[in-house]
Design a binder for this molecule. Structure first.
Ligand code: EPU
Length: 438
């Protein structure tokens, strides 16, 4: 029987983060841009690609489909998808990453049909894809689920009006991917407005697509027949930037967060300033420091340009260290409070009732063995561990490595005491706790 070594982060907290950190390319942009290369009629070069496992999985799927992938530098790939002949992504490949659903739109846009596994279960609860399917159907496709696969066929896609019943990032991206080579005009209404949607549209436009209005709630796409090769750099990751900004504040540090687009950080900056964090903005960087007490606030997460759900666990962690009672309302994602249980192990006082969390600031946290239950929960626990007194061990770090490029190295360069170690070697405390719980 083969065993895979599980790793954990071990953090000795209580040290202020000081220095500079370079933000990598945006996960939620690159996981759509890589499948979008399938639509190109010539090879493409993609730069500022983050070193994360979601990228690894996307590149593996492209290779399995028949694309040639060449790594030109640490963050730069040349991808030739012209040789792809298969439009099928099986369960084994698709289940590892929820965003594999972008292969549906991209393969459909290229071949007029696709067969991609239904995305599997997800730690964030029920995440339906009915709006993705609605968009494909509006473009003239027939969609059915057959033995776990979403089977999409068409006699050629035709532009149409698509109105989304909910604001959804994934379905907006998938509609763009499917419509970009469809015949005639597609108008997407009630579209999501996130920076990664603009980035996908900019990437496709750099190949000769005709997409207007990305970043607003109405996107117009006039189908084109041919998309040339391009060389394109992915935008910086706003959530990675926000995570380091909160980590700097939570440790009472002073960090210059580089390679960011400050405009994308507006809602995060506004909330952090309300909490009492000092933020200076420059052209492509922000400096975060703390020169007074952290104070309570109330937050509601919303689609862009509102405060992002993907920053909620991190900022909630910061509010555990603030004075007073804060209230968080989750307005986007269903199960975004699963990290609370783990934070309580570190001394947090948080009560959750449905989509609302009430946080009593305790001013401090203490190190403990904890588990990451999803990507942003993992980021929150990293911040908690950095701010806490004593040692924190974080298991299930594969969640964190899905979306944060070289986090351990970046944090160490900022003065954090953090190591990555095999689980069995250093975590007898956690295993004892689990045995006790039986
Ligand atoms: N929804 C539907 N039907 C659909 C699609 C979505 O009802 O067909 C609902 C969802 O259940 C949810 C809401 O619409 O309540 C928003 O979902 P959305 O489609 O916007 O989410 P997503 O595309 O699945 C992306 C990010 C998530 C991020 C959300 C919200 C990617 C790959 N993922 O997910 O990122 O939380 O948008 O901004 O872009 C993360 O990075 O940690 C992460 C989970």
């Amino acid at each position: 029987m083969s065993t895979t070594t599980q790793y954990q982060f071990v953090i000795r907290g209580g040290r202020p983060l000081v220095g500079e950190v370079e933000i990598s390319g945006a996960k939620n942009a690159v996981v759509a841009i890589l499948p979008a290369v399938i639509l190109a009629d010539e090879p493409c070069i993609i730069e500022n690609v983050p070193n994360i496992s979601d990228v690894e999985i996307s590149l593996r799927i492209l290779t399995e489909l028949g694309a040639k992938v060449e790594r030109l530098a640490a963050d730069k790939y040349r991808i030739d998808a012209t040789g792809i002949r298969s439009a099928c992504v099986p369960y084994e490949s698709a289940r590892k990453m929820r965003a594999s659903y972008y292969f549906m739109g991209a393969l459909l846009g290229r071949f007029g049909h696709s067969r991609v596994s239904m995305p599997g279960g997800c730690p964030l609860g029920d995440r339906p894809i009915d709006q993705h399917i609605k968009a494909f159907r509006k473009l003239g496709a027939v969609c059915k689920v057959d033995r776990g696969m979403v089977d999409i066929t068409s006699d050629g896609l035709k532009g149409n009006q698509i109105f989304f019943d909910v604001v959804t990032v994934g379905a907006t991206m998938n509609a763009i991917l499917a419509a970009v080579k469809a015949e005639g005009l597609t108008v997407i209404e009630n579209a999501a407005k996130e920076p990664h949607i603009v980035d996908l549209a900019s990437f496709l436009n750099s190949m000769g697509a005709d997409i207007m209005g990305a970043g607003t709630d109405t996107i117009k796409i006039r189908g084109v027949k041919y998309l040339r090769g391009t060389s394109y750099a992915v935008i910086p990751d706003q959530i990675e930037a926000g995570t380091y900004m909160v980590a700097a504040a939570a440790t009472g540090g002073n960090v210059l967060v580089k390679n960011v687009i400050p405009k994308h950080l507006e809602s995060i900056i506004s909330v952090m300033e309300k909490i009492g964090v000092k933020i200076e903005q420059f052209d492509d960087s922000v400096r975060v420091s703390v020169d007074g007490p952290l104070v309570k606030t109330s937050i509601k997460t919303r689609p862009h340009p509102g405060f992002p759900t993907d920053m909620q666990p991190q900022v909630s962690t910061l509010l555990c260290l603030a004075d007073g009672t804060s209230m968080i309302k989750e307005g986007v994602s269903e199960q975004r409070f699963q990290y609370v249980e783990e934070l309580r192990r570190m001394g947090a006082d948080i009560q959750v009732d449905g989509k609302v969390a009430v946080i009593e600031g305790t001013g401090s946290l203490t190190g403990a063995p904890v588990k990451a239950c999803d990507l942003r929960a993992g980021a929150a626990l990293m911040i908690a561990g950095l701010a806490a007194s004593g040692v924190t061990t974080i298991e299930d770090i594969y969640h964190i490595e899905r979306g944060y490029s070289e986090m351990e190295q970046k944090l160490r360069a900022l003065g954090a005491e953090i190591t990555k170690e095999p689980v069995a070697a250093v975590n007898p405390v956690r295993r004892q706790t689990e045995q006790d719980a039986v």
